[in-house]
Ligand binder design. Structure first.
Ligand SMILES: [Ca+2]
Length: 469
């Protein structure tokens, strides 16, 4: 959006009250497909992420933060505070349209557009007096379910698709996904410009234009989702850094993350320049685990020591980086090991804004943990449900309770039990050795699936016939 349109919109909103000391700005930064170990402060041996490392040093870093295993379900869960299984939004938007019919199970038909009836985080914050800005990836609805319909005053870049045709200007085209993709709200550009930079340009403008009114900036980067593309000089930098034995080996992916980090740095720097850092809650996370499949001839991410990646309910698919900085609340350089999940952000932000969150959310406010990282949420368990296929998985549900994790694979009813403290890589299946623990977790998982009315995949008669022949 050009400055004139932006200013006009903000003038229309000028009746809102000025920021009170009790209402921090909320800057929600989310990467796309960024894996658990992809930041230097999370253990990457290749990627350089000085700005996110600094954010962690100034705030609290969570070691056991979870998302759903693919894009849209996490976004829907964040916006509503409800589990994706409860929303029946368990696969990415395009994946919801035509479930496969050639596999042993037929996945359920799911929601592809987040219903307008849902009360969203943006709606709650808007009612609390916030300016609400969405910038970047949306991927939870068509034009009739765009950010503007879900509580956002402004939308730049948010549309139905999940990845740009290309990260280089003009960003649009139909080569990558065989449908024409454009980025709404961005003006003309120059060859060589990178989408992540351009979206941040817009976000900086919005932060400045907000003046002394509290704002909620929902900046959802597409980076580092495929297409794996980066600035040539940064790719050369990381190719020169590669050494034998490194775990992280994709220089293009590393260069993408470099640009992601640099843009987080620009946001933090502008908060400092505006004198707003002290009254701003900044949260950074990813929408699912790192993508471990091959793109353009190379494996993209490597989530070691965690098993597998995006799509899977092994830890590599669902455990993500999470950093929160809220001066005066979070202690610099602190670490929180309590398991938390993306639905927790809604009640957290609502509480920070002094608003009551809707009742019956699946998330919990993280404020007790922000104030004291050794506190506990006293939550029985975290649940996951992905009744679909992905290159990393067949339909599966999972539960994590304390150090224990149970996975249930629906094609054959197979159950796997792991002790995450002793075996974070989920390599030693203890299900046969500990039947009582399996029974206990299985009962908990079954109750939860019933309570949220989780959709289940169904046997595929065609596949059964094929096997019989
Ligand atoms: Ca994603």
């Amino acid at each position: 959006m050009g400055r004139c349109g932006l200013v006009a919109t903000l003038l229309l909103l000028a009746t809102l009250p000025a920021q009170s000391a009790a209402q921090p700005n909320i800057v929600f930064l989310m990467a796309d497909d960024l894996g658990w170990t992809d930041l230097a402060c999370m253990g990457s041996d290749l990627h350089e992420t000085p700005n996110l490392d600094r954010l962690a040093a100034e705030g609290v870093r969570f070691t056991d933060a979870y998302a759903m295993s693919v894009c849209s379900p996490t976004r829907a869960a964040i916006l509503t505070g409800k589990h994706a299984a409860r929303l029946h939004y368990t696969i990415w938007r395009e994946g919801s349209f035509r479930p496969p019919t050639d596999r042993p199970l037929i996945p359920p038909a799911t929601v592809g557009d987040l219903p307008l009836e849902e009360r969203t985080l943006a709606e709650v914050l808007k009612e609390a007096g916030y300016l609400t800005f969405h910038v970047g990836k949306w991927h939870v609805g068509d034009a009739a379910h765009s950010p503007e319909t879900q509580g956002f005053d402004l939308n730049i870049g948010g549309t139905h698709w999940g990845a740009p045709n290309t990260y280089f200007w003009p960003f649009s085209g139909a080569e990558y996904y065989r449908e024409y993709r454009y980025v709404p709200g961005l003006g003309l550009g120059q060859p060589g410009q990178f989408l992540t930079d351009r979206l941040t340009d817009q976000a900086l403008e919005l932060m400045e234009a907000a003046g002394d009114r509290p704002f909620f900036l929902n900046l959802w980067f597409h980076n580092p989702h495929t297409p794996i593309e980066a600035k040539p000089e940064l790719v050369a930098h990381y190719e020169a850094r590669l050494r034998a034995g490194m775990r992280h080996r994709n220089a293009v992916y590393a260069a993408m993350i470099h640009t992601l980090d640099a843009n987080v740095g620009r946001i933090l720097e502008r908060l400092d320049e505006l004198g707003a850092a002290e009254r701003t809650l900044v949260l950074f996370t990813s929408d699912n685990g790192g993508f471990v499949n091959v793109s353009r001839g190379r494996q993209v991410a490597d989530n070691h020591p965690l098993r597998s990646g995006k799509g899977s309910l092994y830890e590599g698919g669902i455990r993500v980086p999470l950093i929160v900085r809220w001066p005066g609340v979070t202690a610099p350089g602190s670490i929180c090991r309590e398991p938390v999940v993306c639905m927790d952000f809604f009640p957290t932000f609502a509480a920070a804004a002094g608003q009551a969150a809707p009742s019956a959310l699946d998330g919990r406010s993280l404020l007790p943990l922000l104030r004291n990282p050794r506190a506990t949420l006293d939550r029985e368990a975290l649940f996951f449900h992905y009744p679909h296929y992905y290159p990393t998985t067949t339909p599966v549900s999972a539960v994590r309770a304390g150090e224990w994790k149970l996975l249930e694979y629906h094609e054959d009813g197979r159950q796997e039990l792991y002790n995450l403290n002793a075996d974070p890589g989920e390599s030693a299946n203890l299900a046969l050795a500990l039947p009582a623990k399996v029974a206990q977790l299985n009962s908990s998982l079954r109750s939860w699936k019933g309570a949220v009315e989780a959709q289940m995949p169904q046997p595929n008669p065609a596949a059964a016939n094929r096997r019989a022949q």
